[in-house]
Ligand binder design. Sequence first.
Ligand code: ADP
Ligand code: AMP
Length: 215
Amino acid sequence: MLIILLGPPGAGKGTQAEKITNDHNLAYISTGDILRSAVRENKELGRKARQYMDEGKLVPDDLVVEIVKDRLLNPDCRNGALFDGFPRTVEQAVFLENALPDLDVKIDRVLSVEVEESELIERLTGRRVCSDCGANYHLKFKPPKVRNVCDQCGGDLYQRDDDSLETVKERLEVYKKQTQPLIEFYQKRGLLSPIDGNQEIEDVYKQISSILGEL
Ligand code: ADP
Ligand code: AMP
């Protein structure tokens, strides 16, 4: 099974991805996570990507496509995979479409998580992430039991550099210009399922589960 989570930054893709991958035993492919760890480890990829990420811009397609090519060959993808934050441009979507037949895989569904812009800003600026295991929290909507401490592993929580208000606004503009056209791209291919992401986390997941249950 191959599922794509599409939606603006802050829509809740990572939050839902954790539940979907657990329940459906899918490999999790987040290009954002892969890029952030390359930056942290000061790899060549990270050095090339860092400035774009800090400015809220998209990393060039050729770098991202290389990440995905590599990742799809990992044995954990044999049972299927969930993409979070990829594709983000029409060029990336075309690459994926052309690469899949060789791997004998097809896209089963594109879940397009839709959320109001004011809500996205509140979600992103209040997001906190565990520095050890990457678990996601929100100061108001999903607070940890102990302030700044991860419920799952006890790690310290931090705020992503690109979750500042200024960079969030840029990322939302970039989404509208470069990623939103993918909604039509996948609609035309009959693969798109819109998801109302304005609801509570569990209610969003119920909607996703019922769609995945029909596949
Ligand atoms: P994305 O991966 O799409 O950028 P995240 O899953 O990281 O988004 O969610 C962004 C922030 O919003 C996180 O702090 C998360 O805890 C919170 N969040 C996610 N889904 C919801 C929801 N349905 N209602 C309220 N807050 C949410
Ligand atoms: P995310 O964790 O998905 O919010 O991504 C964080 C940042 O990583 C983005 O703002 C981009 O700079 C970069 N990034 C992640 N995925 C992609 C992608 N598919 N294409 C281009 N840039 C990406």
